[in-house]
Design a protein around this ligand. Structure first.
Ligand SMILES: CC(C)(COP(=O)(O)OP(=O)(O)OC[C@H]1O[C@@H](n2cnc3c(N)ncnc32)[C@H](O)[C@@H]1OP(=O)(O)O)[C@@H](O)C(=O)NCCC(=O)NCCS
Length: 176
């Protein structure tokens, strides 16, 4: 019998979720960007940003907040946010950065990404921010289209370092 749609739950993550956040973030990043970059650069980026140690550092001192999405009880997506001014004109100094948003490939297009963005927006509103910004690789058509569909618009471009390589990201802003 075909499986029905997954039962999706989104919640604020705690340090008890570090292994799940690291697992989902690493796997989703590798799936999405592995085909577009060298393996050494991908693995260096994962070690620096999605290892349990990197996630733990994000929790430490309240540097970042994390949300975790589960689908039918399995960790399936994550978002990382922090209060930070938008670095380009067109955004606002009182803002929230959506630093990481990742959903496992097999669970995409089930609404997890949209729900995680809604959590980030609720987080920004609660903090009194004027908007949310993020950066996405200019050729990641899937991500750029997704962000446009949930209310973000490009306001400029920034460099993005991935291991030893430098790519161009679109900076996108969503006013609240
Ligand atoms: C971008 C990402 C987080 C979207 O998550 P998701 O759970 O698949 O998105 P949703 O199911 O909530 O999609 C919401 C809407 O966004 C749009 N959308 C999502 N994925 C899309 C795609 N691949 N192409 C075009 N539009 C897309 C659609 O309008 C979609 O609504 P619909 O499914 O009813 O048509 C997910 O594709 C992902 O993790 N990608 C790899 C990692 C990545 O690139 N992250 C962003 C880093 S900057």
């Amino acid at each position: 019998m075909p499986a029905g749609p997954p039962e999706v739950v989104i919640r604020r993550a705690t340090t008890a979720d570090i292994e799940d956040l690291a697992g989902v973030g690493s796997e989703s990043f590798r799936e999405a960007y592995g085909p577009h970059s060298g393996a050494a650069d991908i693995e260096a980026h994962i070690a620096a940003n999605f290892s349990p140690a990197a996630i733990r550092e994000g929790f430490a001192g309240g540097l970042s907040d994390f949300y975790i999405a589960s689908a039918s009880g399995e960790a399936a997506g994550m978002a990382r946010v922090r209060l930070a001014g938008c670095p380009l004109p067109g955004g606002d100094a009182d803002a929230l950065e959506l630093q990481q948003l990742y959903v496992l490939a097999r669970l995409r297009r089930h609404g997890l990404g949209r729900l995680l963005v809604e959590q980030a927006i609720a987080h920004a509103r609660q903090a009194g921010a004027a908007g949310v910004w993020l950066s996405a690789w200019e050729f990641a058509d899937w991500a750029v289209q997704f962000y446009k569909d949930v209310g973000f618009a490009p306001i400029g471009k920034v460099d993005f370092k991935l291991g030893s390589a430098v790519y161009t990201d679109l900076l996108m802003w969503r006013p609240l």
